[in-house]
Design a binder for this molecule. Sequence first.
Ligand SMILES: [Fe+2]
Ligand SMILES: [Fe+2]
Length: 374
Amino acid sequence: MATSQFSSSDVPMEILFVDDEKNILSSLKRLFMYKEYIINLANSGEEGLEILKNNPHIGIVVSDQRMPYMSGVDFLEKVRELAPDTLRILLTGYADIEAVADAINRGGAYRYIAKPWKDEEMVQVIAEAVKRHSLVKENKNLQIIVARQNQELKKWNAELEIDVQQQSMEIQNKNDKLQELNRNLQKSFKHTIMAFAGLIDLRDISTGNHSHNVAEIAVAIARQMELPAGETEAISIAALLHDIGKIGMPDNLLKKNLSDMNEYERAAYEKHSVLGQNVVKAVDHLAHSGLYIRNHHELYDGSGFPDKLQGESIPQGSRIIAYADYYERAVYGPGKGRSIDSVLKIISAARGSRFDPLIFSAFKEVIRSLPLKV
Ligand SMILES: [Fe+2]
Ligand SMILES: [Fe+2]
């Protein structure tokens, strides 16, 4: 038999009282009539077990010890097996110490209440039991939630790891593609520079393959001197474009020897290195090459143009191109065709005056083995 009391916003605690004396059950029912519990009553251990089997919400079981057929201790022991989460309380006489010990040991009793009880004590014990049961239940629920969250966290971690791996792979793929694009861009940039150099050589057909040859020699010298790759590249571009400023020069001036030019013609001719620098200045990363173009006619002793720079103040790239430019013109230039040995002799003699003496050995080392085109 079950009887419900006032409800609260929380689920009310269900309590089972077991006693073979009906008047005791009635007084217990009366005692808790105005409390927010659901009260279940049973006249015997058997009836109590039946109620428990059908009602998993019962959290507290209070049983009399002295009952026919099944004692309170035997009953609580069975309750412990059937519903281990219940809090079990034994009701017994003062002298029944043995029953109390049994209830604790076998029935896992939470505590006992001496008969006859004081109502305030009974209310107090039940209130404490309700609080304890709620705490234990809450703790269990929290443990379940924590375990579930841990599982979810593990799952998220695994998913996150897969995501990170996928993203890393995507980034790597994009990076590879970007590098390939960059390589293609550099290649097509170099091809554009070569095309310009071809254009310069076409402007004055008598110079043959001058720009490409000068670049071939200058790069070979730079490599022999073990200059960094970036610097060698800047020298290569400057050598290919060193006479780009000549594109705008009039034909008659292009065809004249320097020694045959009058003062005005010479001044116009000397402008080609500065004009060349101005042309490449428009491209950001060609600033270095632009400087080498500007100074490719400077001479080591300071008698060159346009800035009359001297010695080390002439950029090294320009000093290297000066070797290549002179040699190429002397051996392959229009109407020259001098022998390599004779030109080497002239250049060797001009070390320290026209040319940087420190570059001579690298120049001499590479010059005979280069595949230059007439
Ligand atoms: Fe030049
Ligand atoms: Fe030149």
